[in-house]
Write a protein that binds this ligand. Structure first.
Ligand SMILES: Nc1ncnc2c1ncn2[C@@H]1O[C@H](COP(=O)(O)OP(=O)(O)OP(=O)(O)O)[C@@H](O)[C@H]1O
Ligand SMILES: [Mg+2]
Length: 265
């Protein structure tokens, strides 16, 4: 398994990211980092400003051509360039790209959502070349589908596809909540596939948390791999997400001791 860290910053949290980028910068001096970003709030603001309607289904943004144009402009243009610039300010050799560049994200259209695609693989050699050269790859969630049409990709899905394709041991999904909550509102320290599917079926996990959990599960198919969903607002968010087992919610493929399998009391 690879020591590369795949980190996703949520669009909801991008405005307040300076301390996370400080942590990314110091970590990137020790190990390879791929940073994937969303853009939810920024994108919604721009869509509203330009009068392009948008709606969500199952936590995924339904995307027509007008919405895709704005998504590409905001994600690859505004948000990605800002992140590259912010990391370069911190002395990091950051390079911006989307899944379209180098054809590195291999994606397939998700039926019924318009121009939305799901990552099914990556061109690992392309990404490895950047990482071996000491560059931090900053990835905007866009990719070409099986017909070569540029599509919007949920950023959690993009991060998970990259983590799975690189065989990364750690995927960190930073967001605006402290982890995954159960029906009683308690934050779960750990969660496995069975527990996650149960909470999704019960409607306890909903909205943007559904694609996030599904993405996390996709990324932990390697034995020993772990995905962490954690709040980016803590001043030591990344350090804690990587090293403090009480911080965020840790998702692994195997059943944890003490967690009842689905269907048992
Ligand atoms: N069971 C749950 N536990 C915790 N959060 C949940 C749960 N169910 C739904 N959510 C919602 O999921 C949201 C996080 O997903 P969301 O897609 O909004 O943010 P993001 O993925 O960080 O940002 P972006 O989509 O812009 O990249 C939380 O703000 C919370 O409202
Ligand atoms: Mg989201």
């Amino acid at each position: 398994m690879s020591e590369v860290l795949v980190l996703k910053l949520g669009g909801t949290t991008l405005a307040d990211q300076a301390h996370v980028l400080d942590e990314v910068a110091s970590l990137a001096r020790q190990r390879p980092v791929v940073l994937v970003h969303g853009g939810g709030k920024r994108l919604t603001e721009w869509l509203e400003r330009l009068g392009v309607p948008s709606r969500f289904e199952g936590g995924l943004r339904v995307t027509d051509q007008a919405a895709l144009d704005v998504a590409a402009a905001v994600l690859r243009g505004v948000v990605n360039s800002e992140l590259v610039s912010d990391l370069r300010d911190r002395g990091i050799d950051a390079v911006g790209l989307s899944g379209v560049d180098g054809g590195f994200m291999i994606a397939e259209r998700v039926p019924g959502l318009g121009l939305v695609a799901h990552v099914v693989g990556i061109r690992r050699d392309f990404l490895d070349t950047l990482l071996v050269a000491g560059q931090v790859a900053i990835v905007a969630p866009l990719a070409r589908d099986e017909h070569g049409i540029v599509c919007n990709v949920n950023a959690d899905d993009a991060a998970a596809g990259i983590a799975a394709g690189l065989g990364a041991r750690q995927l960190v999904l930073m967001t605006d909540v402290d982890g995954v909550r159960n029906a009683a509102g308690e934050k779960l320290a750990a969660m496995t596939a069975d527990g996650a599917e149960r909470l999704i079926a019960e409607g306890v996990i909903k909205g943007g948390m559904v694609p996030k959990i599904r993405a996390a599960l996709q990324a932990v198919s390697w034995p020993g791999a772990e995905a962490v969903i954690a709040d980016s607002s803590d001043p030591h968010a990344l350090t804690r997400a990587l090293g403090d087992p009480t911080y965020g919610t840790r998702i692994t493929a195997a059943r944890e001791m003490g967690e009842a399998p689905a269907g048992t009391a």
